[in-house]
Design a protein around this ligand. Structure first.
Ligand code: NDP
Length: 353
């Protein structure tokens, strides 16, 4: 098979599954021009399991090598690039211009394109997550087959942590409807190419750059520590996102059934100041960076640059995003936001930044 076709085939299979697998319909946070919440079909976890089962069945049947996505990773990434570019042109060019053509191609024109109940952003995140997981599993298979007698347990830990990351992301799909991407971004190259190429191929850059290396014999207590770092990050990130989600749905409800809803209310605006949101104004971003660091360290090559590219990417993405979001919130919440910044002066890292 021409391996550059691999990515478009995965994209097509996920699209069919997203359209065909039974889903629950939920109201999102974003509203249409008439003020009605947009409806979303959510079936990410089922589509994920189905796609993984189909891949595993194809490997067991001998139609596909377990490590094929590693062996053909460059052709596959090339095919993904072409698909990402074609997708960008197809979604941007027919829509009404917003800014210059270059800005529109990069940032997009349509805010929340939906077609026959299928949502472009939900699809993009789903295909990105599934393709990433397939790459992680296949790259891991390559490592295990190559170093069968003495494999790196850090690679297995990395694959397990990434599988957890992707699975829990899809499990909490509904919470993501309340994030910046859905509220503030349009669909263009950044989101389209980002999910079709960058997400599946760059997020696993750690494994991409170390799968061919032998077992570094990382001591077991260190591996436990790296796993723990990942989960501390997860608690901060998931905890903050869930707390905000629950607060937006019902501001009077205790978060997780225990945290009193502490918020600044001025007129109709409500800014959450307690729990995770009292630690720093974007503790969820710190969580994301800690998770990425745990993943990078688990591979056992802390002096190689490759694994660190992933946490560094989060720093480069989330530090400016926090500044943008602060400006957005200051404009939206006015005096309540000023008061919140006084009470919680830390942007991302409590007592540091
Ligand atoms: P947030 O979930 O922090 O959302 C920001 C929005 O939440 C604000 O614009 C505002 O919107 C609302 N908000 C912020 N602070 C408060 C407050 N104190 N009280 C009430 N409302 C508040 O950021 P993102 O959407 O950027 O990120 C969501 C998650 O996704 C994070 O965990 C992030 O790390 C993760 N992420 C993951 C990426 C990945 O590739 N894995 C990439 C980017 C992000 P409003 O009031 O209008 O609702």
């Amino acid at each position: 098979m021409p391996w550059w076709l691999c990515a478009p085939l995965i994209d097509a299979a996920v699209l069919l599954a997203y359209a065909g697998v039974p889903a629950r319909a939920v109201d999102g946070y974003v509203r249409d021009a008439a003020g009605k919440p947009l409806r979303y079909r959510l079936n990410g976890l089922r589509v994920f399991v189905l796609c993984l089962a189909a891949w595993a069945a194809a490997c067991w049947a001998g139609w596909l090598r377990w490590d094929a996505l590693y062996v053909h990773r460059w052709e596959s990434a090339f095919g993904a690039c072409v698909t990402g570019l074609l997708f960008t042109l197809a979604i941007v060019l027919p829509a009404k211009p917003v800014k210059s053509i270059a800005a529109d191609l990069f940032l997009g024109r349509l805010e929340n394109p939906q077609w026959k109940g299928l949502d472009a952003k939900m699809y993009l995140y789903l295909v990105g997550a599934i393709h990433l997981e397939l790459n992680v599993l296949s790259f891991t298979a390559f490592h295990l087959q190559t170093f069968g007698a003495d494999p790196n347990p850090g690679v297995v830990l990395y694959a397990a942590l990434f599988t957890f990351f992707v699975t829990e992301y899809l499990n909490f799909e509904e919470v993501h409807l309340y994030t910046y991407d859905f509220m503030a971004e349009r669909v263009g190259f950044k989101l389209g190419w980002g999910c079709l190429v960058f997400y599946p191929f760059f997020y696993c850059v750690g494994l991409w750059t170390t799968a061919h290396l032998p077992n570094p014999h990382t001591p077991a207590p260190l591996l436990v520590l790296y796993g723990a770092l990942f989960f501390v990050g997860w608690v901060l990130s998931r905890g903050a996102n869930l707390q905000k989600f629950q607060f937006k749905r019902d501001p009077a409800r205790k978060a997780f059934g225990v945290l009193e809803p502490r918020a600044i209310s001025k007129g109709r605006t409500q800014v959450l100041t307690g729990g995770f949101w009292g630690l720093s104004r974007h503790i969820n971003y710190l969580g994301e960076i800690l998770m990425a660091s745990g993943l990078a360290l688990s591979l056992g090559y802390p002096l190689e640059l490759g694994p660190w590219l992933y946490p560094l990417y989060y720093v480069a993405l989330l530090v400016p995003r926090q500044l943008d979001d602060d400006r957005r919130c200051a404009a939206k919440y006015g005096a309540a936001w000023v008061e919140y910044c006084k009470r919680v002066p830390w942007r991302i890292i409590p007592r540091v930044y």
